[in-house]
Design a protein around this ligand. Structure first.
Ligand SMILES: Cc1cc2nc3c(=O)[nH]c(=O)nc-3n(C[C@H](O)[C@H](O)[C@H](O)COP(=O)(O)O)c2cc1C
Length: 175
């Protein structure tokens, strides 16, 4: 799949079938996250790969919109260092977003759907994953083969996006 086609067609998938994700595919998804660029190449992240069904069920309870995790083949919890400084926190979040998108696009190329899950109950996910005190987790992403294979080929291009013409300016804002 061309990069452009992955970017153009990827949509979030929230229902998955029962097939496990093959190890080599999972390796590629995690590697894609790890290959993302980061500020000063600091790579302030760690990825906890969860496949145990009971753990996935528990992980589905860490947010208000994380039900999809319970039915996923895999969930990856994206860990970052805690930061008090706002600028540092924003820089970490920016980097993490790139890692997440890399992983989701790499998955899409393999026919694997994914969905973000925002963590609302950090103490709960900390208890489940047992990560060090100086780290935190704001995002879990579920992965799996879509229950509806048609979701891998959404009609037309991605929907629900603002028109590029509305967002693009030439030389100066408004131009
Ligand atoms: C930072 C972030 C947090 C998100 N959190 C959730 C979430 O908790 N649950 C969920 O179902 N989707 C979540 N999403 C997915 C968005 O709802 C989705 O990307 C958006 O609706 C566009 O969907 P599409 O890519 O299928 O067009 C999140 C996305 C981002 C970027």
């Amino acid at each position: 799949m061309e990069t452009w086609d992955a970017i153009r067609t990827r949509r979030n998938v929230r229902s998955f079938d029962d097939r496990p994700v093959r190890d080599e595919h999972l390796d590629r998804i995690v590697a894609a996250a790890a290959l993302a660029p980061s500020s000063m190449n600091e790579q302030r992240w760690a990825f906890v790969v969860c496949r145990d069904r009971e753990r996935l069920t528990e992980l589905a309870r860490v947010g208000a919109y994380t039900d999809h995790v319970a039915g996923a083949a895999v969930a990856i919890a994206f860990l970052t260092p805690k930061a008090d400084d706002v600028a540092e926190r924003e820089s970490i979040a920016f980097d993490l977003g790139q890692a997440v998108e890399n992983a989701m696009l790499a998955a899409w190329e393999l026919g694997i759907g994914s969905c973000h899950g925002s963590v609302y109950d950090e103490p709960r996910i900390r208890g489940l994953l047992d990560y060090p005190l100086e780290m935190t987790c704001d995002l879990v992403v579920s992965f799996g083969y879509p229950e509806d294979p048609a979701s891998l080929a959404p009609p037309g291009s991605r929907g629900g996006r603002r028109a590029v013409g509305e967002l693009r300016h030439e030389e100066r804002f408004g131009g």
